[in-house]
Design a protein around this ligand. Sequence first.
Ligand SMILES: [Zn+2]
Length: 376
Amino acid sequence: MEAVDLRDVSVVDNHCHGILRSQDFGDIVSWRGAFTESVDPGMPREHVATTAFYRRLIRTLASFFECEGDEEAVFTMRTERGTSELLRSANVETLLIDTGYPPPEEVLPMEELAKRADCRTEPMLRLEILMEHLLSDHGSLQEVREALAAALDDVRAQGYVALKSIAAYRTGLAIQEWTDEQAEASLRDYHQDGSSRLAHKPLLDSLLHVAFAEAARQEVPVQFHCGYGDADTDLRLGNPLHLRAVLERPDYRGMPVVLLHECYPYTREGGYLAAVYENVYLDLSYGIPLLGYGEMFSFTHQALGVAPISKLLYSSDGIGVPEIHWMSAIDGRHVLGQALEELVAHGELSIPEAEAAGEKVLRGNAIRLYRLERNG
Ligand SMILES: [Zn+2]
């Protein structure tokens, strides 16, 4: 019997991705590939099955399917019975979906996902993809800036609840201010390189400032990928402390900033920022990073130790397969309940206060921040 029991609380998953239309993986090694951020082919073949995350996944699935606890038995059940029961049993109230990846043609349409998970779905707009489209349609820096400001003129009216930036993946979170000459030179380099991938720092930084001005004016939250990601990211540049110059701008104070993935392993840094800047929030993601239980407890303990509880938001960062969205909801409720029990043990919260705090992190804070109340 748990003192702080959050098992019946529905979750608002404030950051996740779509689920692939095809869930037919053919063999176990391809399925394992859904549970690593590595692109090295030897990882799913040799190593993924030995992570603490994967061992927990197999055991949790075996108990859900009521089958033997070995990988083969679980994979067979998943293949034969399908995965839609998983989503429905996760008790998700709303999924906020980063529609930037995987590409829309590869994932279930949002309405279909909503039906299968028996929940509400809301999209978020990935800035770098919008910028890449506009860069292909417009010539000069001034034209691209104007087109971007026009495209972001009324984010909510276009149906988006938030913006998302993957600057951490491209050029890092130390987003600076550049002169027009520097940004224009960067634009020329971008066109000369011939690829649509925007990883040209003065150009990307300059366009992000256009987006921040719009977000601040409309008070639309901007999610930043921070910390742990695939090998494409330079983890050192994903430390949220690099955002200081942006956070210090008085004209951006209207822009709520959501630091994703508990900034793992920079959780204390992210929690600190949430403690000193009114507009900074810290996302606690229990699916990806793919961590052991102890490590999830540890980051939750660190976040609760420094950040206001009103700044913490639950997510899964689930992507591709429903297992991650599902197991994250189970783990998130459990880990958060245990970490809140510590605060009770230390005399910081009463049990009813801890339960109310858990409900806020799992759903209430997100409903308020993303204004999900507005259409019911
Ligand atoms: Zn994500």
